[in-house]
Design a protein around this ligand. Sequence first.
Ligand code: DP6
Length: 321
Amino acid sequence: MTKTARAYTNIALIKYWGKKDKALKLPYTNSLSLTLDRFYTDTKATIIDSDEDVIYLNNTLLTHTQSKRIVNYLNTIRQFYSFNEHFRIDSINHVPTSAGFASSASGFAALAAAINSSKNLQLDRRHLSILARNGSGSASRSIYGGFVEWNAGTDNESSYAEPIDETPDIDIAILSVVINSQQKKISSTVGMENSVKSSPFYSNWVTLVASEIKEIKQAIAKKDVAKIGEISEHNAMSMHALTLSANPPFTYFAPETLRILQIIQQLRQKGILAYATIDAGPNVKIICTKNSIKTVQKYIEETISNVTCVVANIGSGIQYI
Ligand code: DP6
């Protein structure tokens, strides 16, 4: 029986930013994430008697243009596993656009798992991670819950994510601060490509990530949330320095992004645990403890208008429901 696959989104604490192989989505560096419990995608794949795939997202049929990336991905899977069938894909994103999380991590992880169930491929989690990575790099990590590391690897078989601790007993919570203002979007795929091509600091980034991965794993083992936050914030700022130093330069930051970064620094001066991480967009995710998160949320909501806050905790890996 074909099952619906559920995958949760993840937030990178040590970012993936740059591919050495674009077709296979092989990254230059390892990356490390935390899976979150609030945002997920449910996907079902049904084999149909047709020579075209049909894709429904949030109960709406996608046009050919809208479904191109997904259909290309399904073509890759057909080629990998040597079969010809086409699918009807029903995917529901429980990643409210207002939550400011990219849905590609949970989206491609759920899709990989849905095909695994529909075609009864019986993939183990390593191969599921490899399959998800071929859809979107960050999706390789959403196969697992808790803290997860994606090993860069050197070819398709050696680039996959592995759990560090799927159910960590650690006092961490993430506040997602969504900035409700529109700005031109540069996809992560394009943003990282431009950074690799033209930032003079790209080779420093590769060296930095190697040392920060080691340090953050030690902090995770010690359950030292302040240290995890400190390393994550430094890593995120270093990633964004690659966009500002690209040629031509670009940034994902909005004015409110900088304002929130300032507030986080002020809160820390008052002894409140709060550290920022930012992906390929203006929204800020704040690493807190279960205790500090309420104060941080209150302070941000009182100081800045035009933002929405969402609280998330540690999430689990792929589920079949
Ligand atoms: C900043 O996984 O969306 O969120 O592999 O091109 O689909 P593609 O990129 P994607 O990039 C995520 C970039 C990031 C950092 C991270 O999640 O590690």
